[in-house]
Design a protein around this ligand. Structure first.
Ligand code: MSP
Length: 500
């Protein structure tokens, strides 16, 4: 039986259409899901939309639509984006689905039975845009408005009856968990941030609202709906049907953006601990895609639309650029100039040029069949026998950018090998070494395209199909198997354009 792996993206607010920041979260999770499949895991990969709460209700009101109709429309755009981005997700959860309502109510009842919920009154600050409660110490005044100092979002004063979760009881248990499991929150800088927040003390958390209706009803209550973050976080259990069959829980990793760390690394584990449900193994918080120096976001009006850029430059190119150029875990600026440079140098000049030359030469001298290498020197073998240890090390800490850098440098080495060996000159003298060089380069190409599969699935599959390797055989195991001599190959055609 295959080992199991469960990875999730945040579920997105369908309050507006997706932008590059959302695409980034999903593409990075897709990279990891695909990488794990190549390692031989059975992967569940869940994503979806977070449809309840005041933020969505307000966005629907503005358009004069019911929240149901509004969510159906925009959730569909997020669903379509999973196809546009070629995500390999196995699940797409909408929090408006019946199955999810049941999971949330079940979790609520468990928390209630275990006496972690009580009724009281909330009076304090609330940000609709973050759907978050903030303490007095987190609020500052700017231009006569009260805002949250960290997120910059407007807050409003809320006073209403509310159910509370006894979060304060979990301070020491959470700190112990972070200390005993140093890799629970990654990168390390984020872990420190959470640690100091929790050490600063935890107040009980309001987990219901009763001033509007768009949400999941609190069991046995007519007035209250479940706080949208308790509702949303529970999607991770819904997606794998935790209360019916829990073979994929605990999640191996929740991929999130750094702005939603508190919810995932403090509230979520506390809810789970209270319900005696095992904790996810890891929370990984990536940085922000910046436009100029600011977070790309709809409210700032500085968004890049992923579908427009993909139409212009190609999906695998964009995936490659985002995963290589933005160091995973840190913020990264993206712009079209850099995107073009990256495509030109890594894809067109390096990988594209290498594959073009090797296929053309194999076609010319060996009728497009894998040549017999005759004698392979130790040095030749080094180019083919690729050790995964460096890549595995990068992936242990999700340094996706380093993974890609290593693969591109492998491709550069093969390009240099071909340049140094000059098979085109040797062919003029009928030197038998030509077959060896092309055999080495073809096998290296096979390895390169397998290694690139997590980032460029469709280009990789195309090239591999020209080498007669089909999706079911794309795995890291296939790196160890050389192409059979005399195998007939197909010409891939020109796959990477150059941009000026
Ligand atoms: N609905 C919540 C998540 C609930 S998960 C149980 C939410 N939604 S969101 O649509 O606002 O954001 C979803 C994800 O997109 C977050 O991880 C956020 O960090 C990410 N991004 C939104 N803008 C971003 C950038 N500019 N850059 C990178 N990711 C950012 O929060």
């Amino acid at each position: 039986m295959k080992k199991k792996y469960y990875i999730t993206t945040p579920i997105y607010y369908p309050s507006a259409k997706p932008h590059m920041g959302h695409a980034y979260s999903s593409i990075s999770a897709d990279f990891i899901a695909r990488y794990k499949r190549l390692e031989g895991y059975e992967v569940r990969f869940a994503t979806g939309t977070d449809e309840h709460g005041q933020k969505i209700q307000k966005s629907a009101d503005k358009k004069n639509l019911s929240p149901e109709v509004f969510c159906n429309e925009i959730s569909k755009v997020f669903l379509d984006l999973t196809k546009t981005l070629n995500l390999s997700n196995t699940d797409f959860i909408r929090t408006t689905q019946e199955q999810h309502h049941k999971t949330v109510q079940k979790l609520w009842k468990i928390l209630e039975e275990k006496k972690f919920i009580y009724l009281s009154k909330y009076s304090g600050w609330y940000s609709v845009s973050d759907e978050a409660f903030y303490s007095e110490g987190e609020i500052i005044e700017k231009d006569n408005n009260k805002i949250c100092e960290v997120t910059g979002s407007l807050v409003e004063w809320v006073e209403e009856e509310s159910y509370f979760f006894k979060l304060s009881e979990f301070q020491n248990i959470l700190i112990k968990h972070y200390e005993d499991n140093p890799k629970f929150i990654q990168p390390a800088s984020r872990r420190n941030e959470v640690m100091s927040f929790v050490k600063g003390g935890l107040n009980d958390l309001s987990i219901s609202r009763n001033s509007f209706k768009w949400g999941i009803s609190v069991p046995n209550s007519k007035e209250h709906i479940v706080y949208v973050w308790l509702d949303a976080l529970t999607n991770y259990l819904t997606a794998i049907n935790y209360f019916k069959e829990n073979s994929f829980w605990p999640a191996d990793v929740h991929i999130i953006g750094k702005d939603i760390l508190r919810f995932h690394a403090v509230y979520w584990p506390a809810f789970l601990l209270a319900a005696e449900i095992p904790l996810p193994k890891k929370i990984f918080a990536h940085g922000w895609i910046l436009s100029g120096d600011e977070k790309m976001s709809k409210s700032k009006g500085n968004i890049l639309d992923p579908t427009e850029i993909i139409d212009e430059y190609g999906l695998d190119e964009i995936r490659y650029y985002l995963m290589k150029e933005v160091m995973y875990g840190l913020d990264g600026k993206i712009n079209i100039e850099n995107l073009k440079n990256c495509i030109n140098s890594d894809l067109a000049n390096n990988i594209g040029n290498l594959s073009q030359r090797i296929f053309v030469l194999t076609n010319k001298y060996f009728s497009c069949k894998v040549p017999d290498p005759k004698i392979l020197s130790t040095n030749d073998k080094k180019f083919i026998e690729y050790s995964m240890s460096g890549l595995e090390k990068s992936m242990n800490t999700f340094e996706i950018h380093n993974y890609i850098r290593e693969v591109i440098s492998y491709s550069s080495k093969i390009n240099k090998f071909v340049n140094d060996e000059e098979p085109w000159t040797k062919a003029k003298n009928s030197d038998p070494r030509v077959g060896t060089i092309l055999y080495v380069a073809l096998n290296a190409l096979k390895n390169i395209f397998i290694l690139l599969h997590p980032v460029m699935p469709s280009k990789s599959e195309h090239y591999l199909s020209c080498l007669n390797i089909f999706p079911k055989d794309i795995s890291f195991e296939s790196i160890k198997k050389n192409l059979p001599i005399n195998r007939e190959l197909k010409m891939p055609g020109l796959m990477f354009k150059k941009y000026i």
